[in-house]
Ligand binder design. Structure first.
Ligand SMILES: Nc1ncnc2c1ncn2[C@@H]1O[C@H](COP(=O)(O)OP(=O)(O)O)[C@@H](O)[C@H]1O
Ligand SMILES: [Mg+2]
Length: 263
């Protein structure tokens, strides 16, 4: 069994009376894509923040490459801060309105060092091209971009330090439905091109199927079901999971499903 890139073992998170995460174990393996689904308030984002070490745990452990980082200092978390990147739900609040697109994508590269100004700009342009934008976006401001374009910039920024794995917290939920399929298609292509591993958080099981092989279902902070995504979709053990399955797919998604069936 390969050592997970990033994992949590028996983690719980308590906010006062609320047990937001209740004794959950999760492992992200090299090259794998895991979907994390559950209704709003089921603890998905809290679990993701635990894995990012942005949220302290009440119990349990977090491991990076098999090493326990639960009690690590900020200096001890430097490898995690580079190796694990995240794309959040709302791209509108994720970008500084006073900075052009170049700066947020260049920032993680600047911290890593080793690139002069020209090579840094070329690398940023390359990342923008990779997410379907291109060098002509380098000097644009966020207010000149659509929601989908802003989310592409956030994805480029997350890809810059070559993360393993990439964590995605409902990355299409704040976008127009017409744009959601395009972002999902982008994430599928990026995964193939860069052999990325994903933790993809969504409340839509059908969308998870397009990106992930495995799925974990959370309900009120507890893991209620996990397994291969096809198996969970076709034979959900829980009525709760069946209810999540009835969520509507964004338009354009059926084309992606069709392409999958045809291959
Ligand atoms: N910082 C916080 N303080 C207090 N309660 C929180 C905090 N963050 C999340 N919660 C609570 O924890 C539960 C899980 O929230 P969350 O992880 O955001 O769920 P999801 O992402 O699945 O919608 C909810 O009951 C939420 O209200
Ligand atoms: Mg959430």
């Amino acid at each position: 069994m390969t050592v997970p890139l990033l994992s949590a073992e028996g983690v719980s998170v308590r906010f006062g009376e609320t047990l937001a995460v209740d004794d959950v174990s999760i492992a992200l393996r090299p090259g794998a894509a895991l979907g994390l689904v559950g209704e709003s308030g089921s603890g998905k984002s809290t679990l993701l923040r635990v894995l990012l070490k942005l949220q302290p745990v009440s119990a349990g452990r977090v491991l990076l490459d098999g090493a326990n980082i639960t009690g690590a200092s900020e200096a001890g978390l430097r490898p995690l801060r580079r190796a694990v990147q995240v794309v959040f739900q709302n791209p509108h609040s994720a970008l500084n309105p006073r900075s052009t697109v170049h700066d947020p994508v260049a920032e993680p590269l600047r911290i890593l060092g080793g690139l002069d100004r020209t090579r840094l700009r070329d690398r940023v342009a390359g990342l923008l091209t990779d997410v379907g934008l291109g060098a002509e976006f380098l000097w644009r401001y966020p207010h000149e971009l659509s929601g989908g374009q802003k989310q592409r910039v956030c994805i480029a920024r997350a890809l810059a330090p070559e993360p393993r794995p990439l964590l995605l917290d409902e990355p299409t939920s704040a976008l127009d439905v017409s744009v959601q399929a395009q972002i999902i298609e982008l994430l599928r292509g990026l995964r193939q091109r860069h052999r990325l591993s994903y933790l993809f958080v969504s409340h839509n099981l059908a969308v998870v199927r397009l990106l992930c092989e495995e799925v974990m279902v959370l309900r009120q902070g507890r893991m209620v079901e996990e397994g291969p995504v096809g198996q969970v979709l076709e034979h959900p053990r829980e009525a709760y999971t069946r209810a999540l399955l009835s969520s509507v797919l964004p338009p354009g998604i059926t084309d992606l499903l069709g392409a999958e069936d045809g291959s």
